[in-house]
Design a protein around this ligand. Structure first.
Ligand SMILES: [Fe+2]
Ligand SMILES: [Fe+2]
Length: 317
């Protein structure tokens, strides 16, 4: 037997599962064998990572991590009228939703840092993004541990936008959209999550993530120069900002959706009351103002002026 022959062929009879060929196609059998190989290699990688990363947290009672006030729900009459059990279910769902979102964001953060490292224009820049990649991997490791085996693959419109950016955006628009805008936005989001967190194991981890995100954001502000964007890059950045602002301007719809589904459905009139009681409009206004301030801080004056001229920072809720 030629020693360069593919290993799968020579070991196939032992490696293949004991299944009748008449019920499984060759592709299915190969896919099963490949799965097994990948799982073995994943188990080895997990062992190696265990020496490099801290132990992941114990399983959490999601409902205990944040109180109703962390979602501006403390004055919502429909929530106050719900049974304690229903309130706990709602709190658990909302907390899990935050971790699921963080899971997707930190996973995207690892890909972002790797892409920016490959696109770097100097060795110093490559070092910077390689350090970011390590930090994002640590953030991801923590969030993955919190979620345990219940790992998400659902994508909301925000995560879809994030994936579009990381897959297709060139270096400079990526620097602006991810580091300046989304990581700047993330600082506020993680700060609110950290301050209201009631869980002693989660709070310090959020604090650590927050510190790292603040440094990722500030380096983005320092490195970005609007004048360096080509006309095509400026147009692309503008389009992506328009998408993002649309998602923000419609208000906290995922919280509304969770209340709607967990507490048995809200009528149109109840939804309007809910919007008032949770101060959805003023909180959304604050978020849109924050995004304008981030653009101002990065001196993205032309992009900001074009978005303002299109009324892209207007409330739509
Ligand atoms: Fe991160
Ligand atoms: Fe980051």
């Amino acid at each position: 037997v030629n020693s360069s022959q593919p290993r799968l062929t020579s070991t196939a009879p032992d490696a293949l599962p004991d299944t009748s060929p008449s019920t499984l196609s060759l592709q299915q059998v190969l896919a099963q064998a490949l799965d097994k190989t990948q799982n073995l290699s994943e188990a080895r990688i997990t062992q190696i990572l265990a020496h490099k990363l801290p132990a992941q947290p114990e399983a959490l009672d999601f409902a205990s991590v944040w109180p109703l006030a962390a979602y501006s729900l403390e004055r919502a009459s429909q929530v106050q009228a719900a049974s304690p059990e229903a309130q706990q279910r709602l709190l658990a769902r909302l907390a899990r939703g935050r971790f699921v979102e963080a899971y997707q964001i930190e996973k995207a953060g690892m890909s972002f840092a790797a892409k920016m490292s490959l696109l770097a224009e100097s060795i110093a820049e490559q070092k910077l993004y390689s350090l970011f990649a390590s930090e994002e991997a640590q953030h991801f490791h923590f969030i993955q541990g919190v979620l345990g085996d219940d790992l998400p693959n659902d994508k909301d419109p925000f995560i879809t936008l994030l994936h579009e950016l990381i897959t297709h955006a060139p270096r400079r628009p990526l620097q602006f959209m991810i580091q300046v805008v989304l990581e700047g936005w993330g600082i506020e989001h993680y700060t609110l999550m950290m301050k209201a967190c009631q869980h002693p194991g989660v709070r310090p981890a959020l604090q650590r993530i927050l510190q790292d995100e603040a440094s990722h954001h500030s380096s983005g502000v320092a490195l970005f120069a609007e004048a360096d964007l080509s006309p095509a890059e400026a147009t692309y950045t503008l389009e992506m900002m328009q998408h993002f602002l649309q998602l923000v301007s419609i208000g906290p719809v995922s919280v509304l959706q969770a209340v709607h589904e967990e507490l048995g459905g809200l009528s149109q009139a109840q939804q309007a009351v809910f919007w008032d009681e949770t101060q959805a409009k003023s909180e959304t206004r604050h978020k849109l103002d924050l995004l304008q301030n981030l653009m101002h801080k990065a001196q993205a004056h032309k992009l900001l002026a074009r978005l303002q001229a299109q009324d892209a920072f207007a409330l739509r809720c």
